[in-house]
Write a protein that binds this ligand. Sequence first.
Ligand SMILES: [Ca+2]
Length: 122
Amino acid sequence: MISNFHSTRLNGQNIRIMVQRMTSHINALHTFSSADSFNYKTFFAKVGLSAKTPDDIKKAFFVIDQDKSGFIEEDELKLFLQNFSAGARALTDAETKAFLSAGDSDGDGKIGVDAISRHGQC
Ligand SMILES: [Ca+2]
């Protein structure tokens, strides 16, 4: 048998489409269209990430982690909503900091994939 490992590798475009489909029938972004209205718990619940498997959540994480550093840094977090819709606004500084502090369990100023997975489970 020839391994099909390579055909199952993460594909950014496919993941992006998957994430967009998740949001297409739930107008989650509209809920947070005004400044400082963003709440990551409500957002995860609305897009259905709360009900996804850890693998699904990790796939979403790697879309947000644009430079593939393994962490979501403040800049990436700020543009978080634009991964779901290109026309979405950037988070405000207050929203970004609140989101960051919620996911930054060890105080290093960035969110690791494990932290995101934990959030998806709650
Ligand atoms: Ca990163």
